[in-house]
Write a protein that binds this ligand. Structure first.
Ligand code: GLU
Length: 287
């Protein structure tokens, strides 16, 4: 079957070799079986996104020899669609407003009880808050984040699927398939619509993967656990289920993550030092 893949960078820094690995895997997977390769600019973080990084993404991918379909989907142009998806969840009674500050959350949270990213689970401060309490904050001009009522969501899932477990298919580099059980409850009452922007990473990713007909999500292992929550949202929103490949993450020899900010192993830094696109492929595939 020919696949539709995508590379979905956030334009808040320059691409490094880790991004090149993601982009090349997605591109080559599509090209191998006559599929389609899409590029998506994930710029919902309006504070951090910068237009020059969008331009740099196009230039660096082009320099790497990749080609993608036009038009490129730019997430900040689609907030109304993310809100429409959030509205469906609201209609199902699964989102609730949360006005808590980060500080309030950290103070109330149990530091031992963390999500897969290591952040303390939301301690439920606004879960079940009265309409009056919400109204007061709204009247004061505050805008809330919308959180998923995870317990309610798991019940809604059960009502839909019965005892059929929530799973996803992970495809390895040799094409071997493994069915993994998703455990979205590990994320607690996750933020689905942020305070500052009418979307969140998880919501916009599932809406766009579905809208763009993505059949095969390829991305770094660091997003493996996020798949659990994304599969839950797909089920609740009746969106199709892609297959997944989470590739290894390139790190420094001492285990440190590459970072966008200090241009560790940046594509253009390496290019300026005289590296070719083939050198980059050699580095990322042969180490
Ligand atoms: N925008 C995300 C990032 O740059 C990737 C999202 C994804 O591939 O699902 O880390």
């Amino acid at each position: 079957m020919s696949s539709v893949t995508r590379f979905a960078p956030s334009p808040n820094g320059l691409l490094h070799v880790g991004h090149a690995l993601s982009a090349i895997i997605a591109h080559d997977t599509a090209r191998k079986n006559g599929g389609r390769f899409l590029l998506r600019i994930e710029d919902i973080d309006l504070e951090r996104r910068r237009p020059e990084f969008v331009t740099a993404i196009f230039e660096d991918l082009d320099w790497l020899g990749l080609t993608w379909e036009e038009p490129v989907l730019v997430q900040s142009e689609h907030f109304s669609e993310y809100l429409a998806a959030a509205d469906r969840l609201i209609g199902m009674g699964l989102l609730y407003p949360c006005f808590a500050s980060r500080k309030e959350i950290m103070t109330a949270a149990d530091p031992e009880n963390v999500d897969p990213d290591g952040s303390p689970l939301y301690p439920g401060i606004w879960r079940g808050a009265s309409a009056e309490a919400v109204g007061e904050r709204m009247a004061a001009g505050e805008s809330p984040a919308l959180r998923l009522n995870m317990e309610g969501a798991m019940q809604a899932l059960k009502a839909k699927r019965g005892d059929k477990p929530l799973t996803f298919v992970e495809v390895d580099e040799e094409g071997g398939q493994q069915t993994i059980t998703a455990r979205p409850e590990r994320w607690g009452d996750a933020v689905i619509v942020r305070k500052e922007v009418p979307a969140s990473y998880h919501l916009s990713v599932v809406v766009d993967d579905a809208r763009q007909g993505v059949t095969h999500v390829t991305r770094g292992q660091d997003l493996l656990a996020a798949t659990d929550l994304q599969r839950l949202l797909q089920e609740l929103l009746d969106l199709p289920e892609p297959v997944y490949s989470h590739h290894r993450v390139i790190r420094w020899a001492d285990g440190r993550k590459l970072s966008k900010s200090n241009q560790d192993m940046g594509i253009r830094a390496l290019r300026d030092e005289g590296a070719t696109a083939d050198d980059i492929r050699r580095v990322i595939f042969e180490g």
